[in-house]
Design a protein around this ligand. Structure first.
Ligand code: GLU
Length: 488
């Protein structure tokens, strides 16, 4: 054993947005690196010209950063390293660990097509070996075909006998008979590497010590181990993390709703909450602790404590985490997120970053126990930030119907104008004294006033709301609501 520090990587293919499963894999890599004092690399696996969408790379990087997943090295791009893969394939060819395959890819769809798929299910039955006819060509035939200029791919020559085993920190020792592994393609006739080749060449070149990735790659691992050996390198330690399923126990997909991290960011989830939710998809700290901040995650994370059992994506649980973090985050950390929500809604005011910062903090603090998503600050809580808001139909029908209200609310305005100080107790006294004098329940006035000043029936306690809105705005809003109340 050497004392080398671990080096791990997250290696997304930009064929789609960063999805929940990828983000969880990235997070586990990050936590493992931080826990062990290792290094975390980011590598973009963009050699599949047909499926690759370069325009998605920036979004993947942004979503990782949003989640607080910061890498120490990279991003490296495989598309800039093609010579390395070609050179390795040639080396294997010369050494006899690989052979040229002259079959047209369409003629020979079997293993190649399967091997290309990174989606192979972990549970899939071992495939029958299907060896390429080119494996049996004589040296002379190979050379003459190459001289003729026939295009060829390079295939790995899997040994007939024996088995290939590897150590997996999550799944334990694994072993596969070589007779079950087909001669997989390393380099296509176009000169582009397959995933199997580029991933191994890079993991060797980048000194990767631990490969932590989705369990959908378990079935690729024996091939990769064969490649490591053929290239004269020691295989890394593997850690395959369980798949994420939807509530119906099938693999999480768009059928189950949003799967991209960006969609959750846009919907108003806090990255802190999303990260906490993600870390528990397939890992547990070993007790019932659910709320874990980053330091705690780093301290407690280990590969052997990752579960082999597939995780289930439970949206209700994600929402629960968001509510927890909306309430618990230090206010100064919450405010930038609220700022973004208010900016997106076009109701942000610059003074909230300056002279009115304390007011903003107090208002957000008052609202946050009732919020579930960041967008709530700009939707139901809109009236706290702008005069441009509507009265909720159901709330006005329910709380403005008493005919005595316009008269009483006019008196309330007068009483509030006369309050010696604009604070909770004075506002409350003004309203309760008036209710007593009029012989009505305070609730009648409280509910009607709430709808008048914030447009909704459900909002923080009235007198605290009045304080943060300020005397001038409260009086103006009650007066403005009077005609609508009178005609209700
Ligand atoms: N590009 C592969 C993927 O996105 C990486 C697999 C691996 O980590 O080896 O699934």
């Amino acid at each position: 054993m050497t004392n080398e520090k671990p080096r791990v990587r997250f290696a997304p293919s930009p064929t789609g947005y960063l999805h929940v499963g990828g983000a969880r894999t990235a997070l586990f890599n990050l936590l493992f690196a931080r826990n062990t004092g290792g290094t975390f690399l980011l590598r973009i696996e963009d050699t599949d010209v047909e499926r690759n969408r370069p325009e998605l790379v920036q979004g993947i990087l942004d979503d990782l950063k949003w989640l607080g997943i910061h890498w120490d090295e990279g991003p490296y791009f495989q598309s800039e390293r093609l010579d390395l893969y070609r050179e390795a394939a040639q080396r294997l060819l010369v050494a006899g660990s690989a052979y040229p395959c002259f079959c047209a890819p369409s003629q020979y769809a079997g293993p190649e097509a399967r091997e290309e798929s990174e989606e192979t299910e972990e549970e899939a039955a071992p495939m029958a070996r299907q060896s390429c006819p080119c494996r049996h060509l004589s040296m002379a035939d190979r050379e003459s075909k190459i001289r003729e200029g026939l295009p060829y791919a390079i295939r790995f020559h899997v040994p007939e006998e024996g088995s290939t085993s590897f150590q997996d920190e999550v799944f334990g020792q694994r072993e596969v008979a070589n007779s079950e592994i087909e001669d997989f393609v390393l380099l296509r006739s176009t000169g582009l590497p397959t995933y199997q080749l580029s991933v191994v060449v890079d993991d060797i070149a980048m000194g990767i010590t631990h490969v932590v990735r989705g369990a959908d790659h378990l079935s690729n691992t024996p091939k990769q181990v064969l490649l490591y050996r053929a290239l004269g390198a020691k295989p890394p330690i593997f850690g395959h993390v369980p798949l994420i399923l939807g509530p119906d126990r099938t693999r999480l997909s768009k059928r189950h709703g949003a799967t991209s991290v960006g969609a959750y960011a846009e919907e108003g989830f806090l990255p802190e909450a999303f990260r906490n939710f993600l870390v528990l998809l397939g890992w547990s700290p070993g007790d019932d602790t659910e709320l874990l901040d980053s330091d705690e995650m780093v301290r407690r994370f280990s590969l052997p404590s990752v579960s082999r059992t597939n995780a289930v994506f439970d949206r209700a649980k994600l929402e629960w985490f968001n509510v927890q973090y909306l309430q618990k985050l230090p206010i100064e950390r919450l405010l930038p997120y609220v700022e973004k929500a208010l900016r997106d809604a076009g109701i942000w005011r610059e003074e909230w970053n300056g002279s009115e910062r304390a007011w903003l903090a107090r208002t957000v603090d008052l609202l946050r126990p009732r919020t579930r998503l960041l967008g709530d600050f700009a939707t139901w809580a809109r009236a706290f930030f702008t005069d441009d808001f509507d009265y909720d139909e159901a709330a006005r029908a329910k709380f403005w119907k008493d005919e005595r209200l316009p008269g009483m609310l006019e008196k309330l305005v007068t009483a509030l104008e006369a309050a010696p100080e604009w604070d909770h107790d004075n506002c409350e006294k003004a309203l309760r004294d008036l209710a007593a004098a009029e012989g009505v329940k305070a609730g009648l006035l409280i509910n009607a006033t709430r709808v008048a000043i914030v447009g909704r029936a459900v909002a923080p306690p009235l007198f605290e709301t009045m304080v943060v809105l300020g005397r001038e705005r409260v009086l103006r809003r009650i007066r403005q609501a009077l005609p609508a109340i009178a005609t209700q």
